[in-house]
Design a binder for this molecule. Structure first.
Ligand code: HEC
Ligand code: HEC
Length: 316
């Protein structure tokens, strides 16, 4: 067969398939049909997309996409999921709200749920100051919450109070408040040095100093107590242990005597609901050093009633 004959022949002999009709340098394209399985898959996906466009949101319009006859939306799905989670939590929330905080640890299961809820809220609201492990930042005045050294009190209800009203926070009239005076104008340099030595000696990290001890009992013991035990009612930290807000070097202590910092924490009552605050208190209390409630029914009842009153005005 000549070349011309082959070109005229519109069928590829070995395969029996027709040519499309193009030719480049003697190479010709066969018109091979699409495999049947491929075609059917293709038609099926066209049919599926047609159905999908009718049922679900599909075509973007100016403001939103076409809605679809099922009324589904990703936002709606999220809302449904959140409602379901809320319902599941609600029971726990209500029980925590209804339990006097000083009695919370008497119900280990509920306490466990409160601690878990508090741990989650802590990650969101507290780590930027107290650190991910709640160990705080010594020398910067962000206290470690894992130890059993409490500035303002470590019983569940005391922690709840601290969280609700904050520390030196102008958002609450009931905030934890006290101010260490600046003693700069009051003592000369030698007196300050003597005081610094005495403060260090309280935690066995410096030599005893008689004149420092005298100045301390006259000026400082009213808040920090004679032996530096501290006083939670005034938020005066203990000075006789190894735990420091601002550090225990001579320079750190001198700094505090001359220019007290007056560390502040915002209260959480305007950001968080009372149950979340209660769960946070449970979490902080669980971090190693929470104190057990002292039995004094009069005092114990009070914070619980405050919490109930706040709940009844519509907040959970
Ligand atoms: C903006 C920084 C900041 C944030 C955020 C913050 N804190 Fe504090 N927190 C402080 C400071 C500063 C103090 C110490 C104040 C002082 O000198 O008495 C403190 C003290 C506390 C105390 C008192 C400790 C004691 O020994 O009595 C507790 C409890 C506490 N924080 C828990 C929390 C929890 C729970 C959160 C999250 C809801 C939180 N904090 C978020 C700065 C912060
Ligand atoms: C009115 C109560 C009050 C008096 C009086 C007072 N302090 Fe304080 N002191 C505090 C408070 C409250 C803090 C908490 C720190 C802050 O945020 O300022 C503090 C903190 C300190 C600290 C830092 C502790 C740490 O953990 O880092 C030192 C040191 C200290 N005081 C020493 C003294 C000395 C020395 C005197 C006497 C010359 C004195 N204070 C008098 C209330 C008092």
């Amino acid at each position: 067969m000549s070349d011309q004959d082959r070109l005229d022949n519109n069928v590829d002999e070995p395969t029996g398939t027709e040519f499309v009709g193009h030719e480049w340098d003697g190479i010709r394209e066969l018109n091979t049909p699409l495999p049947r399985w491929w075609l059917w898959t293709f038609y099926a996906s066209i049919a599926w997309s047609a159905v999908y466009v009718v049922l679900y949101p599909a075509w973007p319009l100016v403001k939103q996409a076409t809605e679809g006859t099922l009324g589904w939306s990703s936002r709606g799905e999220l809302v449904d999921e959140m409602n379901a989670a809320d319902l599941a939590r609600q029971g726990t929330f209500e029980r925590i709200a209804a339990t006097d905080i000083s009695q919370l640890s008497a119900d280990p299961e509920l306490m466990g749920q409160a601690i878990a809820g508090g741990a989650a809220a802590f990650k969101q609201h507290c780590v930027q100051c107290h650190g991910a492990g709640a160990a705080g930042y010594e020398e910067y005045g962000y206290p470690n919450l894992n130890d059993d050294d409490w500035i303002w009190g470590g019983q569940l209800e005391e922690i709840e109070y601290t969280l609700t009203h904050g520390i030196r926070w102008d958002g609450s009239d009931d905030t934890r408040i006290s101010f260490m005076p600046a003693f700069g104008g009051m003592f000369d340099a030698d007196q300050v040095d003597a005081l610094v030595s005495h403060v260090q000696s309280l935690s066995d990290s410096g030599a005893a100093n008689a004149s420092g001890a005298q100045l301390f009992s006259a000026n400082c013991a009213v808040c920090h107590q004679a032996g530096g035990e501290g006083d939670q009612a005034q938020g005066a930290p203990a000075l006789n242990d190894a735990i420091w807000l601002y550090g225990n070097s001579k320079a750190n202590i001198r700094q505090q005597i001359l220019y007290p910092r007056h560390g502040a924490m915002p209260g959480w009552s305007d950001k968080l609901d009372p149950v979340t605050i209660r769960m946070l208190a449970a979490y902080v209390h669980s971090r190693g050093g929470g104190e057990v409630t002292q039995i004094d029914p009069e005092e114990v009842d009070e914070p619980a009633q405050v919490a109930v009153a706040e709940r009844s005005d519509g907040r959970r």
